[in-house]
Design a protein around this ligand. Structure first.
Ligand code: LMR
Length: 333
């Protein structure tokens, strides 16, 4: 870790000053951990295309997918140090930096559909939450969707008891940790880029993620069962280094904001179909047995996880949980 910080700090020192000349474009390094053919991967590529177009090449966006530059925790440190300029970490990754509010989106069975989620993120709650990033040296530009999570393991997952004693990989969120503890499972925080190997070698027994991540990282090839629980949500906050962003010439920043707005509309439009297609491919592969939980099984899962709302109120904020629930209420797709 020390080595990494040193490397990141050294890289930050050599970051070119923000000045757009004909010869030297402003470079935005956009690092992320997922595959290019995912909602986030495609959103990042769309932003690159539009940003370079609208600035007439004065800005060059370099997208580094699949943890090629940094893993989950490292990329946030690198952003704060200025070694990269843009990221789109999942909501679940902000807790360790002391921003716990985004963990509200990890509460299972919180949001019935993407429309209700959007009402929260695009309304006053979402906008207020973005402001929490600024004291940490980041500016939140947008919310990007992935989708709803499914559970997988090497044993059939139907009822809460089926999770007992199994080790599940989780993202770095206290809500997710508590969720698996309630099920009698052992949660293990692990970087996304390490999950495939951990599943393959049995370091962990199972995981939860969206179909697009399960498909593109090939988790389904090393998990005998995938239960379509749709119990929770994964989405992202697109963040930039605050100093970098505020140091940009105003006209360029305006063009980049336009590019980000359009990339956001695009990413959020394709997220559902990307996940549906990924799920189809997983089913077609025949490599993991798909479990469609019954209504009674889902009700049992929901009941088992319900205490989380009480247990996590002091961490995430009771008011925030209530506000999100209220905003999401009655919104249909
Ligand atoms: C994960 O770590 O499971 C995901 O949030 C990765 C991602 O960025 O979708």
């Amino acid at each position: 870790m020390r080595k990494l910080l040193f490397a990141a700090a050294a890289a930050a020192i050599f970051v070119a000053p923000v000045a757009a000349t004909a010869q030297e474009p402003i470079v935005i390094k956009f690092s992320h951990v997922v595959a290019p053919n995912t909602p986030k991967g495609k959103g990042a590529d769309k932003f690159k295309e539009l940003a370079e177009k609208y600035t007439n090449g004065k800005v060059k966006v370099e997208v580094y997918p699949n943890s090629t530059l940094y893993k989950d925790k490292e990329e946030l440190e690198a952003l704060q140090l200025g070694a990269v300029q843009m990221l789109a970490p999942s909501n679940s990754k902000f807790g360790p930096m002391g921003i716990k509010d985004f963990e509200v989106f990890d509460l299972p069975f919180l949001l019935p559909n993407l429309a209700s989620l959007r009402k929260v993120t695009e309304g006053p709650i979402g906008q207020k939450m973005l402001k929490l990033l600024e004291p940490k040296g980041m500016i939140g530009l947008a919310y990007w969707d992935n989708g709803f999570k499914q559970m997988s393991a090497n044993k059939p997952l139907h009822m809460p008891e089926d999770y007992k004693g199994q080790k599940f990989r989780i993202q770095s969120s206290k809500v997710l940790e508590a969720q698996f503890r309630l099920l009698g499972a052992t949660p293990q925080v692990m970087a996304f880029g390490e999950v495939y190997q951990a599943l393959q070698t049995g370091v962990v027994d199972g995981q939860e993620n969206t179909p697009s991540n399960i498909y593109t990282q090939k988790f389904y090839e090393v998990q005998k069962y995938t239960a379509l629980t749709n119990h929770g949500y994964i989405g992202y906050v697109v963040v930039v280094n605050k100093k970098f962003w505020e140091g940009l010439p105003a006209d360029i920043r305006g063009q980049l904001e336009k590019a980000m707005h359009e990339a956001t509309v695009y990413a959020n439009k394709i997220s559902e179909s990307e996940n549906a297609e990924a799920l189809d491919e997983i089913k077609k592969s025949g490599k993991t047995q798909i479990i469609n939980p019954t209504g009674a099984e889902m009700a049992a899962m929901q009941k088992a996880m319900e205490p989380l709302y009480q247990d996590m109120a002091s961490r995430v904020g009771k008011q925030l949980i209530d506000d999100v629930r209220k905003t999401a209420q009655g919104v249909t797709n």
